[in-house]
Design a binder for this molecule. Structure first.
Ligand SMILES: [Zn+2]
Ligand SMILES: [Zn+2]
Length: 264
C-alpha cells in the first residue's frame, strides 16, 4: 500500500487509514458541517468504503437525520467521518484530521449558499450552490455524487448566462461565478446559426475580439460543465464560433468562444 494515508482525532484515541484516491474532494460550507465541526466549513475527502479502515478506537455516531451519520471521537469530540445511507459504499473523511492534512485538496466548493457572509471563497475552485449539480433536490452533502463530472470551466459573456438558454441546453441551471476577460472587447456578429437564434430568441450576438488593450474588459460568468454539456454548448454556439482556452482576470483559465479563426 504505497498510497495509504493515516489520520486521527485530537486526542489520538481514534486512528484510521485510507488507501487509493478519493472519489471526490469537497469544501463544504453547509450549516451542518459548521455545527458539527465548530468551524466555518469542512473539507471532505470521500473514499470507497473498502479503502477505509479504523486502526484504533471506536467512533461515536450521531444521526442528524435518517440515514445521515456523523462519526466523531467519544473522548475529544473531533468529527472524523460521515456516512450516508444513500451512498453506502462511501466513507467521507474530514481532511483536517489527516496526519498530512494538505494531501487531498478539495476540487469543488459546495453549499456556498449557506456559507457565512464574511467567509472568503477559494478563487480557483468551482462552486456549487448545493452539493451536486445533477441532483436538483439537493441530495446533500459531503461528496454529493457527481462532483467530478462537471469540471470544465467555460467563460460566458453572452446568452449562455440566460437561465432559459441553460435549461434548453443542459436541462439545468448552472452555478457560476463572475469573472472577466481583459484585453478583449465585444463586437457584434451579424450572421448567426439559425438554431441558436431560435433558442435564445435574439438575433444580436456578440463575440469577443482581442485588442491587447488592458483597458478593454468583457465581464461574464464562469460555469463548470461536463464533457457532454460542453458538446451541447458547441452545438448551440454553432459554426459562428471557435473555442480557445484563455486566462481570465482572476488568473484562472477557461474555455471561451471566440471568432472561428481564433479558436482551435
Ligand atoms: Zn479523540
Ligand atoms: Zn456540509
Amino acid at each position: 500500500m504505497t498510497d495509504s494515508a493515516e489520520g486521527g482525532c485530537l486526542c489520538g484515541a481514534l486512528r484510521y487509514r485510507v488507501s487509493g484516491i478519493p472519489v471526490a474532494a469537497t469544501l463544504c460550507h453547509c450549516a451542518d458541517c459548521r455545527r458539527a465541526s465548530g468551524g466555518t466549513n469542512i473539507a471532505w475527502a470521500v473514499f470507497e468504503a473498502g479503502d477505509f479502515e479504523w486502526l484504533a478506537g471506536e467512533p461515536a455516531d450521531f444521526s442528524s437525520s435518517p440515514g445521515i451519520h456523523w462519526l466523531f471521537c467519544p473522548t475529544c469530540g473531533s468529527t472524523v467521518g460521515y456516512r450516508r445511507s444513500e451512498r453506502p459504499n462511501h466513507m467521507d473523511i474530514t481532511t483536517g484530521t489527516f496526519d498530512e492534512p494538505g494531501r487531498f485538496p478539495p476540487d469543488v466548493e459546495i453549499w456556498v449558499k449557506e456559507k457565512i457572509g464574511w467567509e472568503a471563497l477559494h478563487p480557483g475552485l468551482p462552486k456549487r450552490e448545493r452539493s451536486s449539480l445533477n441532483e436538483p433536490t439537493g441530495a446533500d452533502h459531503p461528496g454529493g455524487s457527481l462532483t467530478r463530472t462537471a469540471d470544465i470551466a467555460l467563460f460566458s459573456y453572452g446568452t449562455l448566462q440566460l437561465s432559459e438558454v441553460q435549461l434548453a441546453n443542459y436541462r439545468r441551471e448552472l452555478d457560476g461565478s463572475p469573472d472577466a476577460l481583459t484585453g478583449y472587447r465585444l463586437i457584434s456578429l451579424a450572421d448567426r446559426d439559425p438554431d441558436a437564434v431560435r433558442i435564445s430568441g435574439t438575433k444580436t450576438h456578440m463575440v469577443v475580439r482581442r485588442t491587447g488593450d488592458p483597458a478593454d474588459r468583457v465581464p461574464g460568468m464562469v460555469y463548470w460543465l461536463s464533457e457532454e454539456e460542453l458538446a451541447a454548448t458547441d452545438r448551440y454556439e454553432g459554426r459562428d464560433y471557435g473555442r480557445a482556452e484563455l486566462t481570465l482576470e482572476s488568473g484562472r483559465t477557461a474555455l471561451v468562444y471566440v471568432e472561428p479563426d481564433e479558436g482551435d
